[in-house]
Design a protein around this ligand. Sequence first.
Ligand code: NAP
Ligand code: MG
Length: 487
Amino acid sequence: MTAAEGTRLEYATAPERLRPQIDASYGLFINGEFVEPASNASFVTTDPATGRKLAEVAQGDERDVDRAVQAAKAAGARWSRLKPSERAKYLFRLARRLQECSRELAVLETMDGGKPIRESRDVDLPLAAQHFFYHAGWADKLQFAFAGATPKPLGVCGQIIPWNFPLLMAAWKIAPALACGNTVVLKPAETTPLTALHLARIMQEIELPDGVVNIVTGAGNTGAAVVNHPGMKKIAFTGSTDVGRHIMHSLAARDIPLTLELGGKSPNIVFADASLDQAIEGVVSGIWFNQGHVCCAGSRLYVEECIAEEFIAALRERMARLRVGDPLDKNTDVGAINSAEQLERIEGLVSCGRDQGAVLHEINDDPLPSRGNWHRPCFFTGVEPSHTIAREEIFGPVLSVMTFRTPEEAIRRANSTPYGLAAGVWTDKGAKIFDIAARLEAGVVWCNTYNMFDASSPFGGTKASGFGREGGRHGLRAYVQLAEARS
Ligand code: NAP
Ligand code: MG
C-alpha cells in the first residue's frame, strides 16, 4: 500500500438485522395465485455472497407460459376497459405498498443477487416505487401523451428481465404496461427471481385483478417460450446483446412491437477543466458500485492526457478505500458477483487484458470472504483500442483507462464501439458539454454526473445496445397502439 492509500478509515461492521421471510419453495404466479409448474420441476436460487441455497423456484415451460398467456388475455378484456382512473388506483396502491415493504424487499434483493444493501435500499427500491407512482399518474392522462392520436392497449406483453436490478426492472416493465391497459407475463432472471415473486404477493394483497400480472420463473428455455408464444402482442427484453439478437430473429416474421435494452461499453470522458474530485466519484460509482453489474456501467474511461497521471493516482487512492464484502453490511461498496459463471467470465476477461499487455491495478490487502463469488474492483492502464477489455462488455468491476489529447479524438474513440447505451462527459465548460454530448452515439449522456435515473426520463440505447425507451412519455409509446383521433 502506498502512503496515499494509507489513510483508510476503519469502521465497525454494520450488518442489516432485518431478515425477510423466505419460503422453502415458490410456485409460478398465474391468474392471481401461486401454482405448481406443469413439469413439477424446480431450480435453486442461492445467495451469491455465501453460496447458501435460499429457495426452490418453479421451472416454468411452454405449457405454463401458455396458461399465463390465457390468464393474461382473459384479464385483459376487463383491465383494458376499466376506467383509467381505477387502473391508476391499483398502481398507486402497488407503489405505496412497495414503499411500506421496501426495507424487507431491499434485504431480499441483496440476499438473492449480491448487491450492496446500500444500493438496493437507496436506489432500487425507491426507484421501483417511483416507477409505479409515475405511471399511476399517466394512467388517466394518456390522451395527453400522444397529441392528435388515441392510445389503445396492445394486449398481452411478454417481458424478460435480467439479474442486475431484478425488482427495479420488473417495475420498469410492469408499470407502463399496466398504466396503458395491457396485461403481463413476466419472466425474471434465473439467479434473482425472489423479489418479483414477493411483488406478486403484494399484488395479491392490494387485490390487483387476477391475471393482470403473471410471473413465470424458469431457467434454460422459459425466456424463449415467452418470446415464441403466439398470444404475445409485445415483447420487451433486457439482457445480453446475443440473446437480444436471437429474439429479433425469432420475431422476424411476426408483426409485434419489440423493445430491447442490451449491453454496453459506455465511455466516461474527463477533460482537464473538470472538477476532478467530482469526476473521480462519478467514475467510481459508474463502474465499481454494484460490482459493475450495470448495463450502462462507465467501463471505458478517457482522461485528457495532461491530467492522466494525477487522475489515475487519485483513482487508485479512491479504489483503495472501497469496501468489498458482505453485501448486507451497510458500509459495503462492492458486493458479491451474481453467479459463478459471471465471475468466471470476468476473470477470463481480466486475464485476457493482462495477456494482451495492459497493466492491471488492483488493491490486494483486503481479504475476501472465503465463500461466495467475489472480484476486487480494479482498473487497467496501457489499454490499446484493439484490446478485448476495451471492446467487450465485462459486466464486472473492471475499468479500462485510456487517454486523449483533443475533443475530436475523445469523441472518435468514445464512439468506436458497437454499443451505444450511455456516456459521461466531465467538464467545467457548458458549451463543450452541449457540443460533445450531441456528437456521442449513446442513448443517454450524463454531464458532470453518472448513473442518474428518474421515472420521467427515458432510458435506452442505440446501435448494438438495442432500441426503444423505458421511462417518461417515450416509454409509454412502447405499450400503446395509436389510432388517429376523429376530428
Ligand atoms: P442473458 O444471456 O441475456 O439471459 C437473460 C434472459 O434471457 C434469461 O432470463 C434467459 O431466460 C433469457 N433468454 C435466453 N435465451 C433466450 C431466447 N432465445 N429467447 C428469449 N429469452 C431468452 O443474460 P445472462 O446470462 O443473465 O447474462 C449474460 C450477459 O448479459 C452478462 O454478462 C451481461 O453482459 C449481459 N447482461 C446485460 C444486462 C443489461 O441490463 N443489459 C443485464 C444482465 C446481463 P432462460 O434461462 O429461460 O432462457
Ligand atoms: Mg440468487
